[in-house]
Design a protein around this ligand. Structure first.
Ligand code: DON
Length: 568
């Protein structure tokens, strides 16, 4: 065992040193391949998925292997202790299936659980440690989707992740910097400190990072299936750790967790058919609203892409749809979603007319500006995979904040989410992403918190042509929107469409966020003259996308992020 492990480690170091040097030598962020491949935010995990595809696995097989590997190599957002959404295009039937494995509020959750005695939100409570944890869905979600669309054995698909955890992978500078950035928060919990801060320091670049507890947990999930996570010893350890740190999640909550198959949101846009995630994600309906509002005008003819008039128009339309998002959307099993209004041309026209009426955007009185709290790093992660038969899987999954609640369940190696912060902690108070939400998304036991995650598929004449998604909290929807507009309206290549500068408006706070250095001073000055308040952020999103071209599949990892595409 010892020798085997040493040999394996040696091979790992050898292979991964090659990997590192590939990155240093400007390994491309976009490739075109004949058969299939993987776009995700971490190279080891992308390689794992591509290998499964080469060995005849379906896109779903590769998604399980990549998703599990990311839980090891990209603990910042890859996870088994979180939740997400997955859309699958099955080439043979040309059908799209949507899986919802979003976290749920524990049974003992209450609407006021994050408020102090004066009714004010205690931000830390919904974001850090045991109290922030929702019931995780990832393992059951992947298992259910695999059951439907996988070909290879579940246990086989988990082996690469188990090996990466047991024998380690070489720490690169991105991994080191990420742990260093979160060092203070991660050091608060002994179970987390022990793993991510051995000797009190982040693992050094060039060293092997081994996670034995996680390897054992994954081995049990491989052997016994998802029940190993939701019942028995692992479930007891999760519930125990959460409760020890002030939380309310129980073994019953875990045992009762259910994945839901949802009708995806589907709509036409300029002859394309777009499939996106239904509530409890706000992504599909908000994307639908914005695109259907824009569809009434010949956008590319009338507006220069990323010019001031373009930013003004789209920001105004985004405001309209984010206001509706925050007022109406929540878990469809708990609140009535106004699907019909979202589909009605009246709402689409209203949003467009409201935006156009403002032309030429006279200065308007700005409502009070509230800073968006939190991060500049996209803390969720998206994976897009296409296989040689043309099946495609798009999955966005998350722990919510970077490293989630920062709490590792003692003895399991599992980082737990802080997804509870996505609920409306208090109507009118902004959450981690500055989203000001209403009672439709209030906390209730068993309810799913509203999400912005937007895994998306695009079809033309019934045939799949592309898929994409991104992290970025509230900015996910507008990130996906802009890549789609760049591609479908402005005809850019996928690489250009992803690389292009981005902006974002979410109604409140009343500011446009624009990517630093992405827009000319002329453009921003014009926006200021028209009365828009804008702020900069170093980057928005980390798109992972695949698109059909005459030459093959174009696979793109966002130049803003740490991923590299792998295909064959
Ligand atoms: O579900 C959501 O919308 C959020 N929990 C996603 C979090 C995220 O993208 C973090 N990245 N900035």
């Amino acid at each position: 065992m010892h020798i085997r492990s040493a040999v394996y480690s040696f091979l790992c170091i050898f292979c991964l040193l090659f990997t590192l040097s590939a990155q240093e030598q400007n390994y491309p962020k976009a490739i075109i391949v004949p058969h299939g491949g993987v776009a995700c935010s971490e190279f080891n995990a992308a390689q794992v998925g591509a290998r499964i595809l080469q060995e005849g696995g379906t896109a779903m097989d590769a998604m399980v292997a990549t998703g599990m590997a990311l839980a090891v190599t990209y603990p910042f957002a890859g996870n088994i202790g979180g939740g997400g959404f997955l859309l699958y295009y099955h080439a043979k039937t040309r059908k799209v299936t949507a899986f919802d494995f979003r976290e749920t509020a524990p049974h003992a959750a209450t609407v006021t659980m994050y408020l102090d005695s004066t009714g004010q939100p205690i931000a830390e409570k919904s974001r850090l440690g045991g109290q922030a944890v929702g019931v995780p869905g990832t393992v059951k979600g992947l298992a259910m989707a695999h059951h439907r669309f996988g070909r290879k054995k579940w246990a086989t698909l988990l082996q690469p992740a188990i090996k990466l955890a047991r024998y380690g992978f070489v720490v690169d500078s991105a991994f080191y910097r990420s742990i260093q950035h979160y060092q203070k928060a991660l050091s608060q919990f002994p179970s987390t400190r022990q793993i991510f801060l051995p000797n009190g320091q982040p693992p050094q670049p060039g060293t092997l990072f081994i996670q034995l507890q996680l390897a054992n947990t994954l081995s049990q999930i491989a052997r016994k299936g998802p029940d190993a996570f939701y019942t028995g010893k692992i479930a007891r350890l999760i519930a125990h750790s959460v409760q020890q740190h002030g939380g309310i999640l129980t073994v019953e909550d875990l045992a009762n967790y259910r994945v839901k198959e949802r009708q995806p949101i589907v709509f036409n846009y300029r002859g394309y058919t777009i499939y996106a995630m239904a509530p409890p994600s706000s992504g599909g309906l908000t994307l639908l609203g914005i695109l259907k509002s824009l569809e009434a005008i010949p956008l590319a003819e009338q507006y220069e892409r990323n010019s001031a008039p373009y930013i003004a128009l789209i920001s105004e339309i985004e405001k309209y749809w984010y206001a509706r998002r925050n007022q109406y959307l929540g878990d469809p099993d708990f609140v009535a979603i106004p699907f019909q209004q979202y589909l009605s041309p009246q709402w689409h026209q209203k949003a467009l007319q409201r935006a156009i009426r403002l032309r030429p955007y006279p200065a308007r009185k700005m409502s009070a500006y509230r800073a968006i709290t939190g991060q500049e790093h996209p803390q969720t992660t998206h994976i897009t995979i296409v296989d040689a038969s043309g099946n495609m899987a798009v999955m966005t999954y998350t722990l919510n904040g970077g490293y989630g609640s920062k709490l590792i369940a003692e003895g399991t190696g599992i980082l737990l989410n802080n997804e509870m912060d996505d609920f409306t902690v208090k109507p009118g108070s902004p959450n981690m992403f500055g989203l000001v939400q209403g009672t439709a998304n209030a906390i209730q036991p068993g309810k799913r918190m509203l999400s912005s995650m937007t895994p998306t598929l695009v079809l033309k004449n019934g045939q799949l042509i592309g898929g994409l998604g991104s992290p970025g909290g509230a900015t996910i929807i507008t990130t996906v929107l802009q890549v789609l507009l760049n591609k479908l309206d402005y005809g850019l290549s996928l690489a250009e469409a992803v690389a292009a500068a981005r902006f974002h408006h979410q109604w409140l706070p009343d500011s446009i966020i624009i990517e630093k250095g992405g827009f000319s001073p002329h453009t921003t000055q014009q926006l200021t003259r028209w009365g828009f308040h804008w702020i900069t952020r170093s980057s928005l999103g980390d798109v992972q996308a695949i698109w059909k071209t005459p030459e093959g599949w174009e696979i793109v990892s966002d130049p803003r992020g740490s991923g590299f595409p792998v295909g064959f």
